[in-house]
Write a protein that binds this ligand. Structure first.
Ligand code: HEC
Ligand code: HEC
Length: 462
């Protein structure tokens, strides 16, 4: 009898503790804890090598035409050898299944950026131009228009999957401004043309494709090691490797190719987890940063965690009712029932390492390691500096970077910008457009000016 009672009490206590562990009250609203899921292990050196030389895409522009029509790369930022030394860092020269040498775009198109003369692998590219997709520097559209009719039958076959995909997606993934990313759009457009089981190309789309391109920033790769879910709304659950290899659907032939590519992504995940955030390169006022740490611990750590020795990261989803940043991203793709169903019934959700999508109305509170270098801020890149992120009244409605000669502001922490009176497509970030709003995340507003300065000094140290 006595034993039974204590067992019941034990269970009750456990239940209370468990519910405390999974939700935290914030002004009456619940912050949701994301539990970890099993991940693959791998060899990070192999993963890096695969990323910068591997054939995770196997269809591309024939190298012989690329060489004729595109400027050869002079930097060789990645110190690559052979033909890879002559193409930009975000392309690999690989062998197609029919043994044609092809140039293929890589993850580094979106996940690397040259910053103050140095290439940072894993830093989101904030200069990519989806606002003008017929861009002359795009070898696929450029060479396709000029030379496709000249390809030999073998070259044509090697290039066709890439050209088919680009044909189906390019005209409907234009963003309003240069620097925001259309990868979420690309995902739904490509998925719509793929059989969920065999992954084979379907000429006619099998999903209803919603209108509108949702603009996003690109999260830094070095944050992933702390996160229990992928993507801005944390809807990427289960095996991360399956999401990492998702770009393969741009040109994949069938699920047997996907299986082979998938076998490398434990290594790629190991590489991504090995990346450390770059250190702030200018002097830091240590006393001010110490004051900032105190302000941060009181006002920000609940969501963003603690840093330095014994760091913690709470892995919390913040509901829309609290975060109040632009809603378009979590409402669109990331909530689209057909898209979610396609994925959760697809090849990606099966096998030894299943992944799944779990939508949420709101966003994950990201780790802030290396945040000094990741401007512009928020999931849609709508806020140019940390100073304006922490003082919402100062956020510019229209703002413009010098995209040719961008200058970083190491004090306000972010991009130096002008504030034109008028919006202008492609060059001026217009926060009054759907998806581009700079509202929400007003947690810095209640700080005093000295407190805000101190927090910014502290954020430089992360
Ligand atoms: C066309 C641009 C583009 C390409 C190419 C691309 N990504 Fe991404 N990636 C994005 C964007 C944008 C996001 C954020 C999307 C979101 O959360 O809504 C993202 C998210 C991620 C994340 C999640 C990070 C996090 O913290 O949640 C990882 C990891 C990642 N990509 C890895 C890769 C790898 C590996 C490749 C190549 C095999 C790749 N990506 C190719 C644009 C791209
Ligand atoms: C209630 C939870 C919560 C609190 C409190 C909070 N944040 Fe955030 N923070 C978030 C979420 C969620 C996002 C992502 C929002 C988005 O992108 O739409 C975010 C984004 C950010 C970003 C932008 C990251 C990037 O790379 O774009 C910074 C910087 C930041 N927060 C700093 C702070 C600071 C400093 C404080 C304290 C003054 C603070 N936050 C308080 C939840 C919170």
């Amino acid at each position: 009898m006595y034993k039974k009672q204590s067992l019941v009490i034990f269970f009750l206590i456990a239940l209370v503790l468990l519910s405390l562990a999974f939700t935290i009250e914030f002004a009456g609203d619940k912050l949701t804890y994301i539990p970890p899921s099993v991940q693959r292990t791998g060899d990070s050196a192999k993963g890096y090598n695969y990323l910068i030389t591997g054939n995770y895409l196997k269809s591309g522009v024939p190298y012989s035409y690329y060489k004729l029509l595109m400027p050869m790369d002079k930097h060789n930022y990645l110190n690559r050898e052979g033909k890879n030394a002559f193409v930009p860092y975000d392309f690999n020269v690989v062998l197609s299944p029919n043994k044609t040498e092809v140039v293929v775009p890589t993850c580094l198109q979106c996940h690397a950026q040259v910053f103050d003369g140095k290439l940072y692998v894993g830093l989101g590219n904030t200069f990519q131009d989806f606002s003008n997709i017929s861009h002359a520097n795009n070898p696929v559209t450029n060479i396709g228009a000029k030379a496709m009719h000249l390809f030999s039958p073998k070259q044509y076959k090697a290039a066709l999957p890439l050209f088919n995909s680009f044909d189906a997606v390019l005209s409907s993934m234009q963003t309003e401004v240069q620097g925001v990313n259309a990868a979420d759009r690309l995902a739904i457009l490509l998925v719509a043309h793929r059989n969920p089981q065999t992954l084979e190309w379907q000429k006619k789309p099998i999903l209803n494709i919603p209108s509108g391109v949702v603009p996003t920033d690109v999260p830094a790769w070095w944050l992933l090691k702390k996160k229990n879910a992928m993507f801005y709304n944390g809807f990427g659950r289960g095996d991360f490797g399956k999401f990492l290899m998702l770009s393969n659907i741009l040109t994949v032939k069938d699920s047997s190719e996907a299986r082979e590519v998938n076998s490398h992504f434990g290594d790629v995940l190991a590489f991504i987890k090995s990346i450390n955030p770059p250190k702030y390169p200018k002097p830091i006022d240590e006393n001010l940063a110490t004051d900032g740490k105190t302000v941060f611990t009181t006002n920000c750590s609940k969501c963003h965690g603690t840093y330095g020795a014994n760091s913690t990261y709470p892995n919390l989803l913040i509901p829309a009712s609290i975060i109040k940043t632009d809603s378009l991203l979590y409402l669109s793709n990331q909530q689209n029932p057909q898209f979610i169903e396609w994925f959760n019934k697809s090849w990606f959700a099966q096998g030894d390492n299943p992944a799944r999508l779990q939508p949420f109305n709101g966003y994950i509170a990201p780790p802030l390691d290396g945040v000094w270098i990741t401007a512009p801020y928020l999931h849609n890149g709508s806020v140019p500096t940390l100073e304006t992120l922490l003082n919402s009244k100062e956020r510019p409605k229209y703002w413009k970077r010098n995209l040719k000669k961008p200058v970083y502001d190491y004090e306000k922490v972010g991009w130096t910008y002008e504030t034109p009176n008028q919006p202008q497509r492609r060059t001026v970030y217009n926060t009054s457009l759907p998806g581009y709003s700079n509202s929400g995340h007003t947690f810095g507003d209640k700080l005093t000016e000295p407190e805000r300065k101190a927090v910014i000094e502290y954020l430089k140290t992360l």
